[in-house]
Write a protein that binds this ligand. Structure first.
Ligand code: NAG
Ligand code: NAG
Ligand code: NAG
Length: 952
């Protein structure tokens, strides 16, 4: 080997090690760093011409803490002599404490007495076959720790990368990752399901009223905060990581693969979920934070909404048009238009007769969801009742901070410290404090819903603007000054011109810097209230708890819904935090009518299932902007597979309900009929998610974690473990290039319906007149019902089973069934049925076993009339069917078998009464084989007579 070759090897290895060692950004502020400003900070100026967004001003090596002492599972760390934090004085001493909760490992880093989020996770444990270990390392005097999976010795988390910083308002923790197959973190618009570690990307997390931008890569923070991710390791095992921190925060995904996490308050309370399958990770995560609420059955129906109805008449007309087109629809939704000048709990002048209309809706099996914003105008009876009930609002810390020019306008608020802001109502508003530990606020909130529900009998609640959003904060000329639908109320100003520690912390995160800095009105308080505000009578600082506002409102609103309707209904919330799914669903926000937004919504729904909020979907056809016939059609087809399924549109945009275009109406009718037919399956998935912790919609890798092709298939998804959906998400496309992992798959759409489809990549036809590609996996039994115009009516129709056998000819499935609306206090006491289905293809025929494993009282079900079986090898003898060994009649007029397609379809009115016995066995024999008989052969003729072959 010559010198030159040696040199090459040397260079290559340097190149590799450079790539694998991420650097720490020392100058993330806007306007960029210069060599001078960087070095003035004590950092290194290192220009990088690669196009990987590598920061140029980086920390010098050696940032971190050294181990001082250890006592049991508590490690005391001391700030080392390495580089100092430019954003505040380093804490001299911090503690790292570990503990196990079942097989979940917890690592807490920080100081006692600092802020911790006031969330009340149940911390239930789902079992795991895997264990994790906590290891430490002190190489070079730097303390680091590793989380190791005991079965594979793989390091799942490894902070030997360095960079640990802990100060009052800047905390940084970095780790190498075992693989770049990382999913989650939110709420952001992700254009791919899997994160991209080929370059530096910093994702902001701070609840903000910020419409998603799907048009280009944009790492801006949206409405909610989810410091949670899942990783699929190289051997296909998965783990999850939750950081319980509610401050403004961000994560940089960087080459390595590695992540650098930064937050500006609290402690780092980190939980590691061992899996080992992605679905088990989810189950462990959801049991820990709280499993999702079970939506009312009707809430899985189709919803029609828009912002900008001119009045009740328009709402009625559009709903009627959809019904007239024969499109199944359950829910009418009214946005803020229905209110009297956007005040909660009031009804506008153009909405006379609303109450009668709601009664008509109810009579026809439909439901109503109304929007409510958290902020309440400071001059009407709801506000007065709040004060009388000692309800709390977000407040200024001291009277001296109160903005008198605003406060003095409102006699009711004049002598309070309530921080008044501006939202949709004409006058200033107060923001209820849902963290009020006296419970008075929550009680008053519920009583307002009880009162209003008597006026307008809504069934579900939509909570918006709960980041919370406030218009025009710190802005001398807010946008609404130029709106003819909003008075020029004085905007809220926070003390940003000094060095207020809450408004102007040293490190403001990408949540601010994405929008610039103070010179262009970018503050933490932008679009929201002042950070120095307080809640719970001063016990909580808004700076810390702002990201919990939507979570706390959802919790209080679920109680308000229960009290006002007496039923479980459904709440959907714009802002969410871990465990919001226990109280509410989520829609993916104010998207735009673009193909890119259709695509990101397919990814977004999968992510929110990871986050434990399975009642999720997008604004179908697109909210902002003008949709097109083709986009709306494709969105309706895809949205029919999302649990929360709502067409919603913005004010001023042309109507986009499906009845507007005959093609969209036809496609929507077809898609909705399919959805309504499969609702017993979708409902059973939600039931399982709520009872045991699970996803409803899940990425393909959840089911096939060792198949690398599934790792970034963001535009395909599964319904549970059995149904795969591959929507059309591109314009001018009449086919889908779909990937089916190695398994048995059958088409459930127009293309080769009921036939086996080979696994691998395949292009399938998907014209606008067809259902989008949907497949069922072998070994499945899917409960269905004959669909009709509402879920209410569909629930009265006969049940059906779709049996998709595996290679061995077997299948299994489950149906959960309750009355669809009773509040679930505990699944131990909840009144529900559970039926388990097993199917066998035997050598002589078929056998379906139905076990009634949980019985409800007084909940009667329609009979099971239809059984559809794919790939059944033999023609049945329709006269041979027995139920529990008693002969039963099959209607041969409506039942069929095709020797070509191998599809067996059994349809007989009243075939099986599901509740008639604990175990029901339906069995049949194959028809005798047709044989070609050579009548000239006496031997064969004798055999025929002996064996009683039937002649066809
Ligand atoms: C900061 O702003 C407040 C409110 O606008 C004003 O009263 C005060 O004088 C300002 N302070 C400084 C230091 O500019
Ligand atoms: C189906 O067949 C399997 C394998 O032969 C057997 O173990 C199982 O008990 C059968 N189940 C039913 C419901 O017949
Ligand atoms: C099914 O059987 C149960 C128990 O015998 C009976 O109460 C119920 O009315 C039957 N349902 C139907 C639809 O026939």
């Amino acid at each position: 080997m010559g010198k030159l070759q040696l040199l090459c090897i040397f260079l290559i290895s340097i190149g590799l090690s450079f790539q694998a060692s991420p650097v720490f950004d020392c100058f993330p502020e806007p306007n960029g760093a210069s060599q001078v400003s960087c070095e003035a900070r004590g950092c290194t100026w290192q220009p990088d011409s690669s196009n990987k967004n590598v920061p140029w001003c980086i920390f010098k090596d050696g940032v971190g803490y050294s181990l001082d002492s250890q006592s049991g599972s508590t490690y005391t760390l001391r700030k080392n002599n390495g580089p100092k934090n430019p954003w505040g004085s380093d804490a001299l001493e911090i503690k790292v404490t570990t503990k196990s909760i079942g097989n979940i490992l917890n690592v807490h880093i920080g100081q006692a007495g600092r802020y911790e989020p006031p969330v009340d996770f149940p911390k239930d444990v789902a079992s795991s076959s895997e264990t994790l270990s906590f290891k430490t390392d002190t190489t070079n005097g730097l303390f680091s720790f590793q989380i190791v999976r005991d079965s594979s010795y793989r390091k799942l988390f490894d902070t030997s990368l360095g960079g640990l910083i802990f100060s009052d308002k800047f905390i940084q923790l970095a780790t190498y990752l075992p693989s770049s197959n990382m999913y989650g973190w939110g709420e952001n618009t992700h254009q791919s399901l899997k994160h991209d570690f080929s370059k530096y990307l910093t994702w902001a997390m701070f609840a903000r009223d910020q419409p998603p931008n799907s048009g280009s890569l944009d790492t801006v923070n949206l409405y909610g905060v989810h410091p949670y991710y899942m990783i699929v390791e190289p051997d296909g095992k998965a783990h999850g990581v939750l950081i319980v921190n509610s401050n403004a925060q961000e994560v940089t995904t960087a080459p390595g693969p590695s992540i650098i996490y930064r937050t500006i308050g609290g402690n780092l309370d980190i939980y590691f979920f061992p899996g080992p399958t992605p679905e088990q990770v989810t189950q462990q995560y959801l049991k820990f934070i709280g499993t999702p609420f079970l939506p009312a059955y009707w809430a899985l129906g189709y919803q029609l909404s828009r912002y900008g109805y001119t009045g009740l008449d328009e709402m009625k007309t559009r709903i009627q048009a959809v019904k007239d087109a024969g499109i199944p629809i359950d829910i009418g939704v009214a946005d803020i238009d229905y209110m009297q000048r956007y005040k909660d709990f009031t009804t506008g002048d153009n909405w006379a007769g609303f109450s009668d209309y709601v009664n008509q809706m109810h009579a026809s099996g439909m439901k109503l969801i109304l929007i409510f914003d958290p902020a309440v105008e400071a001059d009407y009876d709801s506000f007065q009742r709040a004060l009388s009930a000692n309800a709390k609002f977000i407040e200024w810390e001291s009277s001296s901070q109160v903005q008198r020019d605003i406060q003095n306008l409102y006699p009711m608020a004049k002598d309070t410290k309530i921080m008044l802001g501006v939202v949709w109502p004409d006058k200033h508003v107060g923001f209820p404090d849902f963290l009020d530990s006296t419970g008075n606020t929550q009680k008053w909130w519920a009583s307002e819903f009880v009162r209003y529900q008597k006026e307008i009998g809504f069934d579900g609640i939509w909570i918006d603007m709960n980041e919370p959003s406030n218009f025009g904060t710190n802005d001398a000329h807010p946008w609404y000054f130029d709106s003819d639908d909003h008075p020029n109320d004085a905007p809220l100003f926070c003390p940003t011109n000094g060095s207020n520690e809450w408004e102007m912390p040293p490190y403001k995160t990408r949540a601010v810097w994405k929008f610039g800095d103070a010179s262009n009105n970018a503050f933490l308080a932008s679009n929201t209230l002042c950070m120095l505000g307080v809640q719970d009578n001063g016990a909580q600082r808004f700076y810390n708890v702002k990201n919990l506002y939507g979570w706390s409102e959802a919790k209080a609103t679920q109680q308000a819904l229960f009290q006002s309707t007496g039923k479980r209904g459904a709440v959907v919330s714009r802002s969410t935090y871990p465990s919001s799914g226990k109280y509410a669903g989520h829609w993916l926000g104010d998207n735009t009518a673009r193909w890119e937004d259709l695509r990101t919504s397919v990814i977004g729904a999968q992510e929110f299932n990871l986050f434990g909020i399975p009642y999720v979907g997008s604004d179908v056809c697109g909210f902002i902007g003008t949709t097109t016939e083709e986009l709306c059609l494709r969105w309706q087809q895809m949205g029919a597979f999302h649990s929360f399924f709502r067409n919603h549109n913005t004010i001023g945009a042309p109507a986009q309900d499906p009845a507007i275009w005959p093609t969209v109406a036809a496609a929507t009718k077809q898609a909705n009929l399919f959805r309504y037919q499969y609702l017993p399956y979708l409902f059973s998935l939600h039931f399982t998610a709520s009872k045991d912790g699970a996803t409803v919609i899940r990425p393909l890798f959840f089911e096939f974690p060792t198949d690398e092709e599934t790792y970034d298939l963001g535009y395909q998804f599964m319904w549970g473990s059995s149904i795969l959906v591959a929507p059309v998400v591109y314009q001018n496309t009449n086919s889908v290039h779909v990937y089916l992992p190695t398994d048995v798959w059958y088409s459930l759409f127009d293309y080769k319906y009921g036939s086996l489809i080979s696994p691998g990549f395949t292009t399938v036809s998907a014209p606008t007149t067809s259902r989008i590609p949907v497949f069922v996996r072998g070994m499945s039994i899917i409960p269905r019902q004959t669909p009709t115009i509402t879920t209410t009516a569909t629930r009265l129709n006969p049940f059906e089973l779709l049996i998709a056998p595996c290679e061995m000819g077997r299948g299994k499935g489950v149906l959960y069934w309750d009355d669809g609306e009773t509040i679930v206090n505990s699944f131990n006491t909840h009144n529900y049925h559970q039926f388990d289905f097993l199917f066998n293809t035997t050598t002589t025929g078929g056998r379906l076993t139905i076990t009634h494993s949980r019985k409800a009282s007084n909940i009667n079900l329609p009979t099971l009339d239809i059984i559809e079986i794919f790939n059944f090898p033999n023609a049945p003898d329709f006269k041979s069917f027995t139920i529990n060994n008693i002969k039963t009649n099959i209607n041969v007029q409506t039942s069929t078998y095709s020797g070509v397609t191998k599809r067996l379809y059994i349809q007989t009115t009243g075939l099986i009464n599901l509740t008639s016995a604990d175990t029901i066995i339906l069995e049949w024999s194959n028809a005798a084989k047709a044989v070609k008989v050579d009548l000239s052969n006496p031997e064969k003729l004798a055999a025929l007579e002996n064996n009683k072959y039937e002649l066809f």
